[in-house]
Design a protein around this ligand. Structure first.
Ligand SMILES: Cc1cc2nc3c(=O)[nH]c(=O)nc-3n(C[C@H](O)[C@H](O)[C@H](O)COP(=O)(O)OP(=O)(O)OC[C@H]3O[C@@H](n4cnc5c(N)ncnc54)[C@H](O)[C@@H]3O)c2cc1C
Length: 451
């Protein structure tokens, strides 16, 4: 084993998916010397993303990755016996996408280190000691001040500190059919659901998501036959021609919803799927991985540069990730509840009850609860600011339309006429004649029934 004192590196990011590349680029922008240890996934897959995720990629600076995302194509859904053809999604070839995200990181000045993080030793003083296994090379030891774990679902779990959904596995197969229209579809069946995608060049990506809890899956050697049989039982999705000739064996990907414990310590932070991995039914995994990765650089910068705010920054990160995880888990639960054809099937019963009975969208008529001090991302750091706490945004909203809300909302009189007059003068002062800004703020105030 060679030991490299990576004295030129402040922070090492392990994992070169969208989350790792986003954090690495964000940390470079803050002036840190960053190295990214990456071991690409060895198999091809395709995932569907929304226009909102594309916007997130742009915000993250992943422009080369965005360039490999094709135009949106139709997404059919066959759920609870009903068909819907109203939606679209972008079908992302993950290997090309991940390679382009690494190129984005390199262009931002991140040092790329091919290899696999094997072990972390924090017993050597102020620095962390990382054991890296390069592809086909001699194991290396690297030192750094801070480690970002962005290894996705491959990251070591945090045991009983985790919050886990029903145990789930997704079985994938890449096939080749005849060239035709690009499109995707999701369909439910008694034991789970399937996502199917066809690209114009004839590739087919087929993914069956089923329970991993009760040993109902066949042994590895029988998986291909089981997959063929299950596929033959699926209802046809009009407009999607399947299944094509297999291009390899069926691959199993764990897809249980997992919120890890210990998301942040004084010298480590988990991000993306390594922090929280959502049910793939949401089609929002990449978006969620970006959501934690985009705030992580300010959290890490606060941990390293502003010791008095460390606890606040750590709490901010834990709360945000947990809040997002539960919101998506509840939205997923509600989507599972829309399927009513198999009321006794374990797969559906478990997912229709998890994580709890709390509503997913807190309110259809949300209200302002008050103005309180909460941690926010302020430029390159986390600090406490007065924010508007609402029934659907319990972590608080700092700005609307680019204007700080707290000064508008503090000490409003109860008498409606007085309140309206005071708000009108505060709005005029805050917007300085900018009518678009004023309209955005008025809409916000009406939504929360302040106006
Ligand atoms: C079955 C399934 C279907 C999905 N479908 C969709 C979808 O349609 N749309 C969507 O938006 N999301 C989807 N997702 C979720 C999406 O894949 C993830 O949310 C997203 O890729 C997470 O990004 P990440 O950067 O956190 O992790 P990843 O993208 O998983 O990246 C982690 C990287 O770290 C590498 N790595 C692992 N171990 C090590 C190590 N020891 N050292 C160095 N590198 C390492 C991995 O090879 C990988 O390159 C799906 C997930 C599953 C399981």
């Amino acid at each position: 084993m060679t030991t490299k004192s990576a004295s030129s590196t402040d922070i090492i990011v392990a994992g070169g998916g969208p989350a790792g590349c986003t954090v690495a680029i964000g940390l470079r922008k803050l002036g840190y010397r960053v190295a990214l240890v990456h071991a690409p996934r060895p198999w091809q897959t395709c995932e569907g993303i929304s226009a909102r995720t594309c916007e997130g990629l742009r915000n993250a600076g992943l422009l080369r990755a965005l360039a490999v995302v094709p135009a949106a194509s139709p997404r059919r859904a066959h759920w609870n016996g009903e068909s819907n053809t109203a939606n679209t999604e972008h079908l992302v070839p993950r290997q090309a996408f991940d390679a382009a995200a690494l190129a984005d990181a390199a262009a931002a000045g991140v040092e790329l280190l091919p290899g696999r993080l094997r072990q972390v030793d924090d017993s050597t003083g102020a620095d962390l000691c990382l054991h890296i296994e390069p592809p086909g090379g001699t194991a290396t030891t690297l030192r750094c001040r801070f480690l970002v774990d962005a290894r996705g679902r491959a990251s070591a779990g945090t045991g009983d500190q985790q919050l886990r959904g029903p145990e789930t596995v997704s079985l994938l197969q890449l096939r080749r059919g005849s060239p035709g229209a690009t499109g995707s579809g999701v369909t439910s069946f008694a034991d789970g659901w399937a996502w199917l995608a066809a690209t114009a060049d004839g590739l087919r990506f087929i993914q069956l998501t089923v329970t991993a809890a009760d040993n109902r899956l066949p042994k590895r050697g029988e998986l291909n036959r089981w997959f063929d049989h299950s596929l033959a039982q699926l209802p046809p999705l009009p407009g999607l021609e399947l299944p094509g000739e297999p291009l390899g064996n069926v691959i199993a990907r764990g897809s249980t919803s997992i919120l890890q414990g210990e998301l942040v310590t004084s010298h480590t932070l988990r991000t993306g799927d390594a922090a929280m991995a959502v049910d793939p039914l949401s089609g929002n995994g990449i978006f969620q991985s970006l959501s934690s990765a985009l705030i992580a650089p300010a959290v890490i910068n606060t941990l390293l540069q502003y010791p008095q705010e460390r606890a606040l920054a750590a709490q901010f990160y834990r709360d945000r990730v947990r809040h997002t995880f539960l919101r998506f888990a509840r939205m997923g639960r509600d989507f599972y509840r829309m399927e009513t054809r198999w009321p006794a099937a374990q797969f559906w019963l478990q997912r229709q009850a998890w994580p709890d009975q709390e509503p997913s969208h807190a309110d259809t008529a949300p209200t302002l609860l008050g103005v309180e001090s909460r941690p926010v991302v302020a430029g390159d750091r986390i600090c406490a600011r007065d924010v508007a706490v609402t029934s659907d945004q319990p972590l608080g909203v700092w700005h609307a339309g680019g204007v700080e809300l707290a000064p508008l909302l503090r000490d409003l009189p109860d008498i409606p006429e007085q309140r309206r007059r005071l708000l009108a003068s505060r709005l005029a002062a805050a917007c300085g004649g900018d009518l678009t800004k004023q309209a955005t703020l008025e809409a916000w105030l009406r939504r929360y029934r302040v106006l």
